[in-house]
Design a protein around this ligand. Structure first.
Ligand code: AMP
Ligand code: GLY
Length: 417
């Protein structure tokens, strides 16, 4: 079987690594891939993930059997529609279903229609109406851009003037703005694989979204992750399934939204129960880096079950272990940062204990260089979260490039930090 993985992040490096362990593969390609996937796959550095035509042409010309799409933008741009038209199997939803992530206005109205618990909200396409609403509301609000924003479309300031300025900028750019109730609690990322009729929930992950120690400072794409999440109980997982995941899939069937792939539920566990903050139509990054190493079965079989409609009977199994992922970022991230920094050192560890997954790295003139803000994820695996964490940090310390930094408290909540 020939597989193409679309994307260049640490999530896609992890997906390539997982596929590379399958004994059913006859070819593995990454479009464009990164310096980490070079060891596992044939990289296609000239193919942009969002270039639907180029990805589809390569898949057709190279007789690819299965395409796994990592990021949301190619899904929203219709990559799966184009591949399906050519009869090529793909893990990921069509453009219409990708609106669950690409339009928060659509997602929130879907949640309301199917009584899926979420933060109370209103959406606006008129800046004056929006401002009037924010000024009149007594409760704290969160303001969101409806369309894709690469993790930069949510504003949580307590100052209404800042919220208004950000919301007006969204409307001026011809998008809708959502104003919703600010929720407190702990966040969890839940992933379900679906074949369009059945679904399978994977072990819960937690993503450390803020840049600073103790979850302070600006939002990022995610500075680290743990899987499973020790502070989520099996009863809470059942409640999440009953109140959020199952109604979502029932709603999709009712609304005629055909969906094959990974659906990500970004949840806040509040004192009133779980609330759905958002859907994403893909694996999370860095959640994939801690989740995939814990899946036992051949990843090709997982993907075939998604595209062939047999996820309901899939013999899922997970390692009796924990995984902790620590993101190593460039100085300045999540603000502006330099690319092309030389990486002078990477650690080496036994594969069952730690991994270093690359994001957007490249080899230039024989040197490994960075290519993004979040540059690597160091992942530790251990029987307990504590040894997974110490292995992750030992790998993180071994990664050196100018100005590199990471949060020192990933996995920390249960250790009291
Ligand atoms: P989203 O893209 O909607 O998941 O939002 C990104 C992040 O903003 C979330 O992971 C939360 O940390 C925060 N956030 C979003 N919505 C809310 C809310 N209603 N209340 C509090 N924090 C939120
Ligand atoms: N880790 C958050 C995301 O992938 O959207």
């Amino acid at each position: 079987m020939k597989v193409l993985v679309v994307g260049e992040g640490a999530r896609e490096h992890t997906v390539c690594w997982k596929f590379s362990r399958s004994n059913r593969l006859s070819g593995l390609f990454a479009a464009p891939g990164n310096a980490g996937t070079l060891d596992l796959a044939t990289n296609l550095p000239k193919i942009e993930p969002n270039d639907v035509e180029a990805v589809t042409r390569f898949a057709v010309d190279s007789s690819i059997d299965l395409v796994f799409i990592g990021p949301e933008a190619p899904l929203a741009a219709g990559l799966v529609d184009a591949l399906s038209a050519e009869g090529i199997a793909a893990v990921g939803p069509h453009a219409a279903a990708s609106r669950l992530e690409a339009s928060k206005a659509f997602a929130k109205s879907f949640m309301s229609s199917y009584n899926i618990p979420t933060a109370a909200y209103r959406s606006f396409s008129d800046g004056n109406e929006f401002e009037k609403y924010v000024r009149a509301t007594r409760k704290r609000l969160v303001v969101k851009k409806s369309g894709l924003a690469g993790g930069k479309g949510v504003f949580e300031d307590e100052d209404p003037d800042i919220l208004i300025a950000n919301g007006r900028a969204i409307v001026d750019a011809k998008d809708e703005v959502i104003a919703e109730e600010f929720l407190t609690g702990s966040e969890v990322s839940i992933f379900a694989l679906t074949d369009g009729s059945d679904y399978l929930m994977l072990p819960p992950c937690a993503d450390y979204k803020k840049a600073g120690v103790g979850s302070t400072g600006p939002n990022t794409g995610g500075m680290g992750a743990v899987c499973p999440v020790p502070w989520i109980t099996p009863e809470e997982m059942l409640q999440i399934d009953r109140e959020i995941v199952a109604p979502t899939f029932r709603g999709m069937a009712d609304a005629g939204i055909g969906y094959r792939g990974v659906l990500y539920f970004g949840l806040m566990i509040t004192t009133d129960g779980p609330r759905l903050l958002e859907y994403n139509v893909r694996f999370g990054d860095p959640e994939a880096q801690v989740l995939l190493p814990l899946l036992r079965a051949d990843f090709t079989n997982w993907c075939e079950a998604i595209v062939h409609g047999s996820i309901g009977n899939f013999p899922a199994g997970y390692l009796e272990a924990s995984a902790v992922g620590v993101v190593i970022a460039a100085a300045g991230y999540p603000g502006s940062y330099q690319k092309g920094l030389t990486v002078s050192r990477l650690p080496s560890h036994p594969e069952d204990e730690a991994f270093v997954f690359h994001a957007s790295t490249a080899v230039r003139h024989g040197r490994l260089v960075t290519g993004g803000g979040r540059c690597f994820t160091a992942v530790g695996i251990g029987r307990e979260l504590l040894n997974a964490r110490s292995r992750a940090y030992s790998a993180a310390r071994g990664i050196t490039f100018p100005g590199s930094w990471y949060r020192p408290d990933i996995g920390g909540r249960i250790f009291g930090s």
